[in-house]
Design a protein around this ligand. Sequence first.
Ligand code: SF4
Length: 607
Amino acid sequence: MREFATGEIEKPARYMGGELNCVYKKGAPVLFALCFPDIYEVGMSHLGSAILYKILNAREDTYAQRVYAPWTDMGARLAKAGAPLCSLEEDRPLHAFDIVGFNLSYEMSYTSVLYMLDLGGIPLLASEREGCPIVAGGGSCVVNPEPVADFFDLFVIGDGEEAAGELSGLMAAHKKKGFDRKAFLLSAAKLDGVYVPSLYRPEYNADGTISKIKALLGAPEKIQKRLARDLNAAPAVTRPVLPYIATVHDRCVLEIMRGCTRGCRFCQAGYIYRPVRERSVGALLSQARQVICATGYDEISLSSLSSGDYSGIGELAGALLTEYEEKKVSVSLPSMRVDSFPPEVAEKLQHVRQTGLTFAPEAGTQRLRDVINKNVTEEDIFEAVRNAAGSGTRTIKLYFMIGLPTETQEDLLGIADLARRIRDEAAKAPREGRRARIAITVSVACFVPKPQTPFMWEAQDTLDVLWGKIAFLRERLKIRSVKFDYHDPRLSFLEAVFARGDRRLSAVLLKAHASGCVFDSWQDCFDPKKYDRAFEESGIDPKWYANRKRELTEIFPFSHIDYGIDENYLKKELEKAYAGEGTPDCRKGCRACGLEKDGLCIQGGGR
Ligand code: SF4
C-alpha cells in the first residue's frame, strides 16, 4: 500500500508506518489486525486500541498490527488499482490476517467499517466469509451491535483487555489443529463476554417489534460484559507508537480511572463503564515516566469520564506538577474547583496556564438538570467560571443538550440566560488589574436515547422539532461575546436510529455503503440524502426507530446483552426523572443498580 501513498495523496505519512515504538516481530502464528474506522490521526489517538496493541503484542503467539481507514483520496487510488488496504507494520493486506478487530465507538462509523472491509478484500457479510479472517468488534457501540450484526463474526462485550488475548489464544489453538470456522465460532461463544451474532435469531411481532431472541446451538441466553476488575493489574500503555504527523491527542495520556458514578440519566458511558475503578497514583506516576522517556512528549493529560472524582487527584496533580515543572512538560488538568486540591497544589495550579474551560451544564434550568440527574448547581458553574477566568482562561465552551425528556421552551430560554450570566460572572474575575474579557461558545447537541440508560425507552424529537429549537436558540443567543454552534441534528437522528436499531438495518447500511457513504461523522463527507435513499430502497422507516417511545415491556434488539445494570433500576430512574427527583452519586452509598448482585462492583459488592 505504501507505494500508493505518493503524489497527490494528502498526508502520505498516514500510510507509511515505521514510527518509533511500533512493533516488529516474526513467527507469531496469529495475525491480528487492529482496525480503527477513521483516519490515522483519529485512530492513533484512541487509547483503547493502544492498550490492545500492547496486550496482544506481549503474547508470543500473536502479532497485532494497525490498520486505519484511508482518506477518500487514498481509498479511491487503492480501489482504482485493485490494491488492498494493508497494515502499517508489515504492509499486509487485511484479508491475510486471522482476526480483524474493529473498534466501534460511534454509530456513524459503520459505513467506514464496510469501506475498510471492502478495500481489504473481505466479504461484507459474515455468512459469505468462508476462508476469510474472523471479523470482530468491540467498543461502546457493542452495547447494541445488532445493526451491524450481519457484518461481524463476533463481538467482545465490555472491557477487551482479557478477552482479546483469549480470542488470540483460541485462534492459535484452532489453527494448530486445522482451522474450521464454525468450530472456532462455537468455541468463541463459550468465552465470557464473547457474542457470536450468527448464534442468535431475533423473531418479530406483526407490528415490527421483537417477540423473542432465540439462542441457537447451545449459545448462552445472555452475554455478560467483561470487566477489568483491577485497573492496576490491567496493562497500561508505556511505549505508545509515536506518530510522524500531528494526531488528535498527540501527548502522554494517563487513564486515571474507568467508570463514573454520577448517574446522569442520558449518559450511556456512565452506566456501561460501571463500576468505578481507579489506577493508583504510584502506578500513574511510573507510567508517566515511562511514556515521557519512550516518546519525549512535552504534555501529560489525565483521562477519565470525570477526573475531578478521582480520589487521588490532588496527590497526583501535585506530584506531576512537581516532577515535570522544570522539565518543561506541561500537565493538562481537568477544570475543577481549585479548593478541591491541597493548598500547596492549589498554589501551583494558579500558575498552570489554562487555555480554555469546557463545562457541560447540559440543561438550561435547574428543573431539567434535576430530570437528567445532572447534579450541578448554578453556583457550582459560576464558581468554576470565576476560578478559570481568574487564572487566565479566555474562552469558555458550554455544552448543552436539546430535546431532553420533559424539555419546555423555558428550558431553552434558560440556556441563553445561563450563557449571559456566565459571561457576566467571568467578567467579574479580576486579572492583572483589569476585568477579564471572555469569549463564550454555546455548543448544542441533540439528545439521543441510548441503550442501558434510563432514557432508552424515550423518543427522540423529530428532525423538524430539533431544527425549530435550533432556530429558536440561534435568535436568543444573539448575545455579545457569545457564539452559538450545534451538532447536525441529521447526524443525531441517524445515531438514534442505529443506537436502538435491529438487524434489519444492515440492509440500509449496505445500500448506504454502495452509494458511497463513508466518514459520515465528517461534515464534508456526510450526505444525508444518500441515507434517505438507502432507507427508502430498503423499505425501512427510520422514524420508527428514532422517534418512537418504547413500551416499558418491549424487548429491545439488545435485550440479550447484559451490562450488569438491572432493567428495573433503569425504570425506577426513569420514574424519578419524571418526578424531578435526583439520585446521589453512588460513591456516597450504593444505589443497588444491579452490579452489586454478581459482585461486579466492589463498592456495592459488600452489601
Ligand atoms: S453497585 Fe452500587 S456502588 Fe456499584 S455502581 Fe451500582 S449503584 Fe454504584
